[in-house]
Structure formats: C-alpha cells, structure tokens
Design a binder for this molecule. Structure first.
Ligand SMILES: Cc1cc2nc3c(=O)[nH]c(=O)nc-3n(C[C@H](O)[C@H](O)[C@H](O)COP(=O)(O)O)c2cc1C
Length: 168
C-alpha cells in the first residue's frame, strides 16, 4: 500500500471486532510515532498505549462512545509544550502541531497494517490526565482506538479542489 492508498483507505472507524492487535503490528504503529518529524526535532511528546480491558470504566469517563472500548487498545498522544519549539516573535507554541503529526503517522501506519482508527479530540481532559498520571508539564492532544474494523465508513464528502486551493 503506498501513502496515497493509505490516505484513501483510512476512514474514521466507529466499531471494532473483539480481536487482539498483534504485537508486531502495534510495534510498527509505534515506530511510525517514533520517527515522526517535530519542529526543531524537539520530540516533546509521548505515546500511551492504553489497555481497554484494564481501563474500560475510566476510558468511558474520558470519551463515552462504547466503540472506543470495543478496540483492544487506545493510543493517546500527549505533549510537553515547554520542550516544544515556540516561535520567538509571537510566542506561538507548536507542541500540539507536533503531536498531531505523530498521531497522523500512527494512523496511516495502522491503515497499512489493516487496522482501524479514529482521531478523537472531543475527550474530557481531566479524567484522561488522571488515567495517564500526567504531571502539569504534559497535556493530552489526541486519542485513537486501535483495532480490527467492524464498521463501514460514513459518507464524508470533501470539498472540491478549487474550494480549498488558491494559487496566488
Ligand atoms: C483532529 C480531529 C479530531 C477529531 N475528533 C473526533 C472525535 O472526537 N470524535 C469522533 O467521532 N470523530 C472525530 N474526528 C473524526 C472526523 O469527524 C472525521 O475525520 C471526518 O468526519 C472525516 O471523516 P473520515 O475520517 O471518515 O474521512 C476527528 C478528526 C480529526 C482530524
């Protein structure tokens, strides 16, 4: 599968089979995170691999959709903003941009491995911080379930090229 195939194959999976993810596949997904680019190569992120059987009730406080815990694993990307690059002239910190790229890398590799995922930003931060045991320096950016697919894509049309690209 080339990169464009992976991008076209991926969709937000909101239903998972009761089936474990093989260790080799998880390792490939985590390797995609490890090699992701970050501004100034700061690598100011961590990835948490959350076992949904052990952490079911807490995960449902974080995000209440039952399909989240159908998958055997939930991945969380957290960032340490103080270690990420900050644009000096306007103090724009790019830690969340870095973390989003990390999640995108993992999601595309998961697609390559035949696994389903779904970016989740609509989580409750406090219970997630408690679940992960994060100190004040880290904050969660995105979650995804990781597992075998048991749901069809929703119709999610995209805008036309002319609507999103401007040549100037
Ligand atoms: C940054 C980001 C955050 C998202 N957060 C959620 C979420 O909290 N819950 C959810 O069900 N889907 C979430 N989505 C999925 C989007 O709704 C979905 O990507 C979009 O509708 C396009 O559909 P597709 O992913 O199937 O192509 C999120 C997507 C992105 C990129």
């Amino acid at each position: 599968m080339d990169v464009m195939d992976a991008m076209k194959t991926r969709y937000s999976v909101r239903g998972y089979l009761d089936k474990q993810v093989e260790e080799e596949k998880l390792e490939k997904v985590l390797e995609a995170a490890r090699i992701a680019p970050t501004g100034t190569n700061a690598q100011a992120f961590k990835v948490y691999v959350i076992d949904t059987i052990k952490n079911r009730e807490k995960l449902l406080e974080v995000y209440s959709a039952p399909w989240l815990v159908e998958a055997p694993i939930v991945l969380a990307v957290v960032c340490k903003s103080n270690d990420a690059w900050t644009r000096p002239w306007d103090s724009k910190n790019i830690g969340e941009i870095d973390a989003t790229i990390v999640m995108d890398h993992m999601i595309l590799e998961a697609t390559e491995q035949g696994l389903g995922t779904c970016y989740i930003a609509a989580f409750h931060e406090r219970p997630l911080i408690d679940l992960l045991g994060l100190d004040d320096e880290y904050h969660p950016v995105l979650l995804t379930p990781l597992g075998y697919i048991n749901a069809e894509p929703r119709g999610t049309d995209r805008k036309k090229m002319d609507d999103i690209v401007e040549y100037i």
